[in-house]
Design a protein. Sequence first.
Length: 229
Amino acid sequence: MKIQKIAALILALIIAVLAFAACTENTAVTGGNEAGETSSVTPQKTEEKETAKTPVKTEEKTEEKTDEKKTDEQKTEEKKTEEQKQTEEKKTEEQKKTEEKKDETPTGTAAAVVSTAEGLIGTAFEYGGVGPEKFDNSGFVFYCFKKNGIEIPRLASGMATAGTEVKREDLKPGDVVVFSNEIGGPAEFVGLYVGEGKFIACNNPEVPTKLQSINSYWEPRFLSGRRFA
């Protein structure tokens, strides 16, 4: 009887040991699987993160390059537009100058009056002189018109109110330009406009018949232009 009990205890002990061993093995396998799964999952997440990040950076760089390219193209286009604008403005200015020159080309009687005046440059001054060898100031202008069949007043004061009034910006060759000797004074000095801001006049004994500029001493003394031809 004792022997049977002992044998039963030994058998139960063996079964318990075997069961414990089996349980331990299962635990080790489970732990190994979990570790393996963790190990395999972790790299996957890392790869996913890297994969997700990489395209974003590439896209950002691509967008930056595209923006830079657009900016460069815009700058080039703006530069071309500015150059075209400057070219057009230059052409417009040249056209204006050409048109002004065309407008200042004397024709008909006016051209003949200008030609007469240009031929008398250097002629001496003399009070009361009406040419052709000597002139006073108004006598010179009077002679240039009379020579070409046009009668105008003899004195500067008369010329200042005769003919057709012309503004300075509308002057044409052959027009009479009227000045005052003192700024704000009456009409006392005249000349013959020949274009490009120039006129011919016989001033005084020290300054005989010569080509002069309106844009000089005479600019603030300019009163008006008068057209007779």
